[in-house]
Design a protein around this ligand. Structure first.
Ligand SMILES: [Fe+2]
Length: 505
């Protein structure tokens, strides 16, 4: 008998593996006593279950005994799902003046670019001028400064290069002057810092005048954000976040996504888990909601849904299954049906009319801003981070939170103009981070990541797309099927897996 049971354990594992599902040890323990285990597994999988847990098996066993599903529900789950988040209304508002949706006025002319860079310089130099012990002067006044005298200057970096002697040169400009700022190769600390200096970035330097047109840099400052205590609230609300559904892609992970939908509805979860899920009052979705059409060469071969409207219908079908007491905010990504260039406006109503008609669903651009329970939140899909990561040696796409910390120091989402990420020179600057955010949600990297910088919490929310060939080529390993929830009372982040860690992605 013992041998038979051992064999059955192997058989169960094999059977579940063949079905591309997963099972926990306790569930195997329950099933190995039963000759009808295949029927039970099939039954569970037909309900879109991906993880077979002992609770689900217990429930099925009870159903088979009682012959009635709702009776089993009552016995197994002593209480019904009563989410605390349903009891109270949410406090959420979007901040339209901080995003481009409905406000794009650029004609893309040379003058628009000129005006854009001037505005960016003015906004960022205003922040830099607040620094103590720093008295910047216009570059054009440096001509009359005696050689060897210390000077403070704010400038935009027009060009960056390594001189033939190994120093780093910066062509440095303000609104009506320019000079060369030299970082000496023997100044190790400054040379390290210089790696973070980006062309088109606005920085401040303390320097010494060398000759008529040249300064020797002694210190570099970025606009940066202030040090603040992370904001907490008194209510036990949580923000769940997710991203990069890529609906329509053949690699969309349907089963894990369905498990997520069951979970957020409190279906098939333990009482303890229900307490946690019931706190979710907000859900942030940071773009690439669909895979799109014609985003890259030969994409059609990779698509399960080849019509953009049908892709959005499938996305709508997922989102409408989320309980309506949860306030949902959606921004676009590079795969969505809006312009690729930053700043991106919200995905238009014509693609998701049903979601637009719901009061609990809000659409913002990328970057987009909102306030939840008094916390200032910035959402940004992440396009500009690729150029930043490609330019700064210590950054990587597996740690997008570190790239976002660099963005916070620069107070500017825009990376160097003319690299891969396109930008539209809008008449308002939506790329400069004018307000200090309490939280930042990003996506795009398909990699869950978390960070905190000077009181700002940074969350990258992962994906529902399996590893793409492109990612294999790059050696990038995504983290699909993981949904973080942020407890607004404690500030703790809890990851929820809808795909096992050890599964090949
Ligand atoms: Fe994506």
């Amino acid at each position: 008998m013992q041998v038979q049971v051992k064999e059955r354990k192997k058989e169960i594992l094999k059977y579940v593996n063949e079905k591309k599902a997963f099972i926990d040890e306790k569930a195997i323990g329950l099933l190995k006593e039963r000759t009808d285990f295949k029927e039970m597994v099939d039954n569970l999988l037909s309900e879109n279950v991906v993880f077979i847990t002992n609770e689900l098996v217990e429930k099925k066993i009870l159903v088979s005994r009682l012959g009635k599903e709702d009776q089993a529900e009552v016995v197994v789950n002593n209480t019904v799902f009563k989410p605390i988040a349903k009891e109270y209304g949410g406090k959420i508002r979007t901040i339209p003046k901080r995003e481009v949706t409905g406000q794009s006025k650029s004609e893309g002319k040379a003058k628009d670019f000129l005006d854009y860079f001037r505005r960016k310089f003015e906004l960022l130099s205003r922040i830099l001028k607040r620094r103590q012990n720093f008295t910047p002067r216009p570059i054009k006044t440096l001509r009359s400064t005696p050689k060897g005298k210390p000077v403070d200057v704010i400038g935009m970096v027009y060009k960056k290069w390594v001189t033939k002697n190994g120093h780093i040169g910066l062509q440095f400009e303000d609104l009506d002057g320019h000079c060369i700022a030299l970082i000496m190769k023997n100044d190790k600390h400054l040379i390290d810092q210089a790696e973070r200096v980006m062309v088109d970035g606005v920085i401040a330097i303390k320097a010494v005048k060398w000759n008529e047109n040249m300064l020797i840099v002694k210190e570099i400052f970025w606009p940066d954000i202030g040090i603040r205590q992370p904001k907490r609230i008194d209510t036990e609300f949580a923000i769940a976040s997710t991203s990069d559904f890529h609906m329509g892609s053949k690699l969309f992970l349907e089963k894990p996504c369905n498990s997520f939908i069951n979970w957020i509805n409190g279906r098939g979860v333990s009482e303890k888990e229900k307490q946690k899920v019931g706190k979710i009052k907000y859900l942030i979705i940071t773009g690439d909601n669909v895979d799109g059409i014609g985003i890259y060469p030969n994409q059609l071969n990779e698509l399960a849904i080849k019509d953009i409207h049908k892709q959005y219908e499938a996305f709508t079908n997922i989102i409408t299954q989320i309980p309506e007491y949860i306030e949902i905010v959606i921004c676009p990504g590079q795969h969505d049906a809006v312009r690729w260039a930053d700043p991106q406006p919200a995905v238009p109503k014509e693609f998701m009319p049903e979601l637009y008609s719901r009061e609990n669903i809000h659409f913002v651009g990328s970057p987009g801003w909102l306030e939840i329970e008094g916390l200032k939140i910035m959402m940004y899909h992440g396009g500009a981070l690729h150029d930043l990561i490609g330019s700064v040696g210590f950054l990587s796409s597996e740690h997008p939170e570190e790239a976002m910390i660099e963005v916070l120091k620069k107070r500017d989402i825009m990376s160097t103009y003319g690299m891969k990420q396109p930008y539209v020179p809008e008449r308002e600057d939506y790329m400069v981070i004018q307000d200090e955010p309490d939280m930042i949600y990003i996506g795009d990297m398909h990699h869950n990541a978390y960070g905190n910088y000077r009181g700002t919490t940074i969350i990258n929310s992962g994906t529902w797309q399996a590893r793409t060939d492109y990612q294999v080529k790059l050696g990038h390993v995504p983290t699909p099927g993981i949904v973080p929830i942020y407890n607004m009372k404690t500030g703790k982040i809890n990851e929820n897996y809808f795909i096992p860690k050890e599964v090949p992605k």
